[in-house]
Design a protein around this ligand. Structure first.
Ligand SMILES: [Zn+2]
Length: 294
């Protein structure tokens, strides 16, 4: 007798979920960081973080947004990066930066949203130039960022400015940065004026789905964090030593806007588990101590 697939799934799901608690519940329940030395553990989408510090909710050149999420925690290197970049934002004519999600107090998989942001080294920065830096907590929940891309996703819109370009350039020039995710339309726009001198930083700017309301900075593993896993392939490998502009266009036109049709005989791609489904067994063993620490 054939058992319908959904019946099988229903039969299996409750058993596995109760056998092992989901990691995102455990990490999501901690309001404070672990009392340990700062360390990024594991990889950006499968890990946790010890000794994170909080980005102050308001500083002279930044405000953290959506405070209710309690995701303004990062590795000390990420926090100083944000503060440094916000000062550069002032130099290019903005009032500063509105900062979106970084990590939960102990990193780890999140209860909603991002697959990554787990090790205190991923930072979302709003495309909206701050009008003021004295927003109330309530305003920080209700204000929305702006999209810098057209509805058809093919190009940047009138919200895009020279300052956005300069801010992203400054963001990528920093040696602490591994890569920055932006909407493909943004990268393609930035490629229009690219010279050879732009190559080292422009290759770090990578096209990604979404990322039109914010850009996403990913820092390298901090020195001495031996349990931190760098992302592979590296940006240099991805862009073949060039600035990545050709690859971006190709990815965008062929894979995203016109995804290649699968042959009938081809096996369906195996479903990848989302980090929300991870249990502690999926994460590096050190994450147990991060959870257990005071
Ligand atoms: Zn992000």
């Amino acid at each position: 007798m054939r058992i319908p697939l959904f019946a099988l799934i229903l039969a299996i799901l409750p058993a596995t979920a109760s056998a092992q608690q989901l990691a995102n519940r455990l990490f999501g329940a901690h309001p404070m960081p672990s009392l340990q030395g700062p360390e990024a553990i594991g990889s950006y989408a499968k890990g946790c973080a010890a000794g994170l510090v909080r980005l102050p909710e308001t500083g002279p050149t930044w405000q953290a947004m959506r405070l209710s999420r309690n995701r303004n925690w990062g590795h000390p290197e990420a926090i100083s990066y944000v503060q440094d970049l916000s000062r550069k934002a002032v130099q290019i004519g903005w009032n500063g930066l509105y900062i979106g999600d970084i990590s939960q107090p102990r990193g780890g998989p999140m209860t909603s949203g991002h697959a990554s942001h787990q090790i205190g080294l991923d930072i979302d920065i709003w495309m909206l130039p701050p009008r003021r830096l004295n927003l109330s907590a309530a305003e920080r929940e209700s204000i929305s960022s702006i999209s810098v891309r057209t509805e058809d996703q093919r190009s940047v819109n009138s919200n895009w400015s020279r300052q956005h370009h300069e801010l992203l350039r400054q963001a990528a020039l920093d040696p602490r940065v591994d890569r920055i995710f932006v909407a493909a339309a943004v990268k393609i726009e930035m490629c229009k004026t690219a010279t050879r001198a732009d190559t080292p930083w422009l290759q770090k700017i990578r096209p990604a789905v979404g990322h039109n309301y914010h850009f996403h900075v990913r820092l390298r593993c901090p020195q001495g964090n031996r349990n931190c896993v760098t992302q592979s392939p590296t940006v240099a490998e991805l862009s073949n030593g060039g600035n990545g502009c050709d690859e971006t266009l190709q990815w965008w036109v062929t894979d995203f806007l016109n995804p290649p049709r699968r042959e009938r005989t081809e096996e369906p791609a195996p479903r990848q588990r989302h980090p929300r489904e991870y249990t502690m067994a999926d994460l590096p063993a050190q994450c147990q101590q991060v959870l257990a620490s005071n």
